[in-house]
Design a protein around this ligand. Structure first.
Ligand SMILES: [Zn+2]
Length: 254
């Protein structure tokens, strides 16, 4: 069986050279990339990129930092939800959604962020789609909120919060995607070590920078190798397992 690598979380609309990024990914064996939307304008852009490139699959949603970038976001929300609903057939997940109390310092924005998050979770439940979650600094509220919704599967992206909620996520069977930060971050290493191999996924979160270099989907090959060494699991076996995990959580990309 031919194995493939998948980048489950990439902001592909933010690269200047998408052709090259995708070509380099394919050369590294990364054949599928989930493009996650963030802002109101990125929804259509992500769909357009997914239409143009066979390797790219769209995930739509409103990022928690949007509340500080766009003061009209709450007024735009219903039309964004309609847009996502109308394009249900073309998307594999709802994301990047969640809460952020780390990069968003202004506490007055937290209630708006929470209302948007609840509407996004309700939409995922309605469309029966998995979610791609950002939890930075707001782990408790996110973990308290999730059981109120009936969502097929949960992907916690780049988890770096308290161990208590990591353990809770593991108990609840959530999937955790590992970024290139595994090369230097003790928090990310801990996630890769503690989460069983049946619940690990790979992501670039590109174009976020890692030690000064721009994150790209091709990097997920190195993440796989790092996890393989850390967990002492043969890299072929781990690659096969992670592909299977990805099929389980994001069946629409296969
Ligand atoms: Zn992201």
């Amino acid at each position: 069986m031919v194995q493939i690598l998948i980048d489950v979380h990439c902001h592909i609309n933010l690269y200047l050279t998408i052709d090259q990024v995708i070509k380099n990914a394919c050369d590294a064996g990364v054949e599928k990339i989930i493009a996650v939307a963030m802002s109101s304008i990125s929804q259509e852009r992500v769909l357009e990129i997914a239409r143009r490139y066979n390797e790219v699959y769209a995930s739509l949603g409103i990022h928690p930092e949007e509340v500080k970038m766009n003061e009209k976001i709450e007024q735009q929300l219903d039309s964004i939800i309609d847009f996502i609903r109308n394009n249900n057939q073309k998307i594999c997940a709802i994301g990047e959604i969640g809460l952020d109390h780390h990069f968003v310092k202004n506490k007055e924005l937290y209630p708006i962020q929470k209302r948007i998050f609840d509407k996004m979770l309700l939409l995922a439940q309605e469309l029966n789609l998995p979610v791609n979650l950002h939890t930075k600094g707001a782990e408790k509220t996110v973990f308290d909120t999730l059981p109120s919704y009936n969502i097929p599967n949960i992907n916690i992206h780049w988890y770096s919060g308290p161990e208590k909620f990591l353990n809770l996520g593991i108990d609840r069977g959530y999937f955790f995607s590992i970024t290139p930060a595994i090369s230097y971050s003790p928090a990310v290493k801990k996630v890769a070590l503690k989460v069983d191999k049946e619940h690990l996924l790979l992501e670039s979160d590109g174009p976020v920078k890692y030690s000064g270099s721009v994150g790209v989907p091709a990097m997920v090959k190195n993440i796989l190798n790092s996890i393989s060494m850390l967990k002492e699991i043969n890299s072929d076996e781990l690659e096969r397992q992670i592909e299977e995990n990805t099929r389980r959580i994001f069946p629409k990309i296969f």
